[in-house]
Structures are given as structure tokens and as C-alpha cells.
Design a protein around this ligand. Structure first.
Ligand code: SF4
Length: 307
């Protein structure tokens, strides 16, 4: 076998592995959070970026294999950014035979009028876009609004809220809109951004650049992204652990009195949640270092004097 042929086979093998991993993780997130069920009409929001192309592509494959029937309709919002190539998405969607709707709304004029030049416009732009997408979901009878946010988006949002918002909060995989009428799902919640980059390159999606609006990048988010990439390089496993921690929350070991009623906590009953060995005699420790383990003092009920 020639070196060229060997390389081509190796590349094929890697792409296959990547495709299987993406399908597995997407299917797993959909199942874990019960994102899509029988009869759902899923509105897939396409921006023209790698994530939303991959989302649509993976959902189309998963629909073929799913035990439930659901519909897919792609939606793109043309926000009238200068130079937006309005023909790219319709051509792509016609080519793959997916029903779609392109909605034209000039949010670009609004954000450039309201936001001072040189500042990031993303926050207002996203709010306007969200309102339009909810309206479209109503018009199209969509029961799910699928967004292409991935694992790294979720972690970045978590860190942004932690460092700048003073909250333990991120982007949930499944969310009901504030008015209770729409269900937003993020089927790529378990997928790493670098996998989506590789997938987009392999599938040659016709990517539309995301900087047409001329907004300043969100510097705080960029900083979080850089920090995560740096951790990944220097401390393998740290980012995976941070992500896993988001679904292993222990309210009894945090400080939110709204999540756990610390005021009602009393001795004499088994505490809820994870065992806390910090102050209890540990049987394993008793075997290896008996001198360090004190015998717990039995707690007797307090006898109160009768008045
Ligand atoms: S980069 Fe531009 S189009 Fe994208 S959210 Fe920000 S302002 Fe809107």
C-alpha cells in the first residue's frame, strides 16, 4: 500500500470516528434531557455558522434512526447585515431537500442606531433575534426550537456568570421561554467545539462569516474561551471535569438557602445528599490510623424540665 493510500484510509477512519462520536453525543443529550419526542416539529435555527450547520446535519441523520417520528424545519434570520450572502442558505437547503423559512428583519439598523459605535452589539442583537424566533415558532407551529450551542458555549457562559455575574448559572440544554410557550433545546450540549470545527471542514458547509455586522467581539467571552483552551492544553481532564460538575450539583454543600433549607437542618436524622466524611469517623481511616479517629460521642436527647 502506498503512503498516500495509507494516509487517505487513516483520514477516512478518523472522519468516521468523529461522525459516530457526534451522533452518539447528540443522541445522548437528546435522550438524557428528553429534548425531542413523538410528533414534535423541530425548528432548527441556522445562522450560517459551523455549529448550526452541524446541528441540522446531525439531526437529519438521527431522525432516520430515531424510534420516534419528528419533523424538521430550518429557519434563518436575515438581519440585513451588510454583505450577508442571502443566496447561500436557500441554495444549501434546497440542495439537501429540507423545508425552510428565511425571515428578513432589519435588526442590524436597530442595533447600529441604539449601540454606540465601537461597542459590542451582541446582547441587544440576540434579544431581538430571540423575539423574532419565538414569533416564527408560533407561525410555523414548531414545538421545539433547536439551537446550535455546544459544550464550550455552556462552559464559557458558566464561567462568565461565575466571574462577572456572581451566579452559578449557565445555558441549560432545555429551557422553557419566560412566557411558558416555547421550548428551546440544545442538542449539541455534550459536543466539543473542536469536533464541530473538524466536522464543518470535512462536510464543507458553506459557512457565512459571523463578523459581517462589524460588532466588537465580546471580550469577556473571548477571555473565557482562551482560558478553557489553555486549561485543555496544560491540564488535560480539567475542562471535562468542570463540564461534568455542571450536572453533579450538591445543594447541601453550597450556600443557597433557596435551594436547601439550612434553617431546618437538625441532628438526629441522616442528612440529604452526598455523605460528608469531613467530620465523621471514616472506617477506612480507622483501619490504617486508629489513633487519629475519635469515637463519636453519642448524642442523647436533651431532657427538659417540666414547667
Ligand atoms: S456578532 Fe453581530 S450578528 Fe452576531 S450576535 Fe453579535 S451583533 Fe448580532
Amino acid at each position: 500500500m502506498t503512503a498516500g493510500l495509507r494516509d487517505a484510509r487513516r483520514a477516512d477512519y478518523e472522519r468516521n470516528k468523529l461522525h459516530k462520536r457526534l451522533l452518539r453525543l447528540t443522541g445522548q443529550a437528546i435522550g438524557d434531557y428528553r429534548m425531542i419526542g413523538e410528533g414534535d416539529r423541530v425548528m432548527v435555527c441556522l445562522s450560517g455558522g459551523k455549529d448550526s450547520y452541524a446541528l441540522l446535519d446531525l439531526l437529519l441523520t438521527l431522525r432516520e434512526r430515531a424510534p420516534v417520528d419528528f419533523e424538521i424545519i430550518a429557519v434563518n434570520l436575515d438581519q440585513k447585515q451588510p454583505g450577508f450572502p442571502a443566496d447561500v442558505l436557500p441554495r444549501y437547503l434546497d440542495g439537501i431537500g429540507v423545508p425552510y423559512r428565511i425571515e428578513t428583519q432589519d435588526t442590524y439598523s436597530i442595533v447600529t442606531r441604539v449601540i454606540e459605535p465601537g461597542r459590542t452589539m451582541c446582547s441587544l442583537c440576540s434579544r431581538l433575534r430571540r423575539g423574532i424566533l419565538y414569533r416564527l415558532a408560533d407561525e410555523l407551529g414548531a414545538t421545539r426550537i433547536a439551537l446550535g450551542h455546544h459544550r464550550d458555549d455552556i462552559l464559557e457562559t458558566f464561567l462568565l456568570n461565575l466571574f462577572h455575574g456572581g451566579k452559578l448559572k449557565s445555558m441549560p440544554p432545555k429551557l422553557v421561554s419566560d412566557d411558558g410557550r416555547h421550548m428551546v433545546v440544545r442538542p449539541l450540549a455534550y459536543v466539543e467545539e473542536r469536533d464541530l470545527e473538524a466536522y464543518a471542514q470535512w462536510r464543507q458547509f458553506p459557512i457565512i462569516p459571523c463578523n459581517l455586522c462589524g460588532s466588537q467581539p465580546n471580550l469577556q467571552r473571548q477571555e473565557m474561551k482562551k482560558m478553557l483552551r489553555d486549561w485543555e492544553r496544560r491540564h488535560p481532564g480539567r475542562v471535562d471535569n468542570a463540564f461534568a460538575a455542571l450536572s453533579r450539583v450538591v445543594p447541601t454543600h453550597l450556600m443557597d438557602r433557596g435551594l436547601f433549607d439550612f434553617g431546618a437542618l437538625e441532628t438526629g436524622e441522616t442528612p440529604p445528599g452526598e455523605p460528608e466524611l469531613g467530620f465523621d469517623p471514616d472506617p477506612a481511616l480507622r483501619a490504617v490510623a486508629p489513633d487519629t479517629v475519635t469515637t463519636p460521642i453519642p448524642i442523647r436527647p436533651i431532657r427538659r424540665e417540666q414547667p
